[in-house]
Design a binder for this molecule. Structure first.
Ligand SMILES: [Ca+2]
Length: 240
């Protein structure tokens, strides 16, 4: 079969945008099929915007994708509506027409963990919010001292839920897990002593009253480094 690269490149096919829910940050999964005609595609330009009337401007270029799938991550914690179009660029440099691309729209759900604060941070690159950004490649790290804490705020109060602490190598030997309805009065939900590895911890919290804040108070470090957590997640027992 001979492929004619001189004719205009057609639009991508079957573009879909599906929200992907995470506990801290949301994402939209974009999937599509290459344009008809069997051409070799070099890459795709993914355009997106909260405005439905967006155009193919550089400011609205979300990514240049090498394959026909892209996960638009890091959205939220509030619901976000995004509109997308995708154009292909073939091996001869032909660019698909923006206006002929399907327009798809996706709205993400609200995040359940809406924010994080801490008693200290090693530097701006290790701020508390990096433990609630949905990414396992960013993290909070405290100053190199014992007795430091990090807490997350929830979208709504719950009485029962699961807390997941995804520790980096610099985990806590001893720590307390506390909950609070207001961020001021705290109840100890769990005392962990003698933790021996950096494996994630999951705690089912129940019977500590209604709470909207959850705190990990590190008492004793397992390493010389500061307490460090990739992600601090809370899942409600009953979806709200
Ligand atoms: Ca993170």
């Amino acid at each position: 079969m001979t492929i004619d690269y001189r004719t205009p490149l057609g639009p991508v096919v079957a573009l879909s945008a599906t929200p992907q829910e995470g506990p801290a940050r949301q994402a939209v999964v974009l999937d599509w099929t290459p344009p008809a005609g069997g051409r070799v595609l070099d890459h795709y330009m993914v355009y997106g915007s909260p405005r439905p009337g967006f155009t193919a401007r550089e400011a609205e270029l979300v990514v240049e994708a090498p394959v026909s799938r892209y996960v638009h991550a890091g959205l939220g914690p509030d619901p976000e509506t995004w509109h997308y179009r995708v154009v292909g660029i073939d091996a001869a440099g032909n660019v698909g027409a923006f206006e002929r691309s399907p327009l798809v729209t996706s709205t993400t759900p609200a995040s359940f963990v809406v924010g994080a604060t801490a008693s200290s941070q090693f530097s701006d690159d290790y701020a508390a919010r990096f433990a609630a950004d949905g990414s396992m490649s960013s993290r909070w790290a405290a100053a190199y001292t014992d007795d430091e804490w990090i807490q997350v705020e929830l979208a709504r109060p719950i009485a029962t839920g699961r807390v997941e602490l995804h520790w980096q190598g610099a985990y806590a030997r001893d720590y307390d897990l506390l909950v609070s309805p207001d961020g001021a009065a705290w109840t100890v939900a769990r005392e962990v002593r003698g933790k021996a590895t950096a494996a994630p911890d999951a705690h089912e919290v129940d019977g500590a009253g209604e709470f909207r804040f959850v705190r990990m108070h590190g008492r004793l470090r397992a390493t010389q480094w500061g307490f460090s957590i990739w992600e601090f997640w809370v899942f409600p027992a009953t979806p709200g």
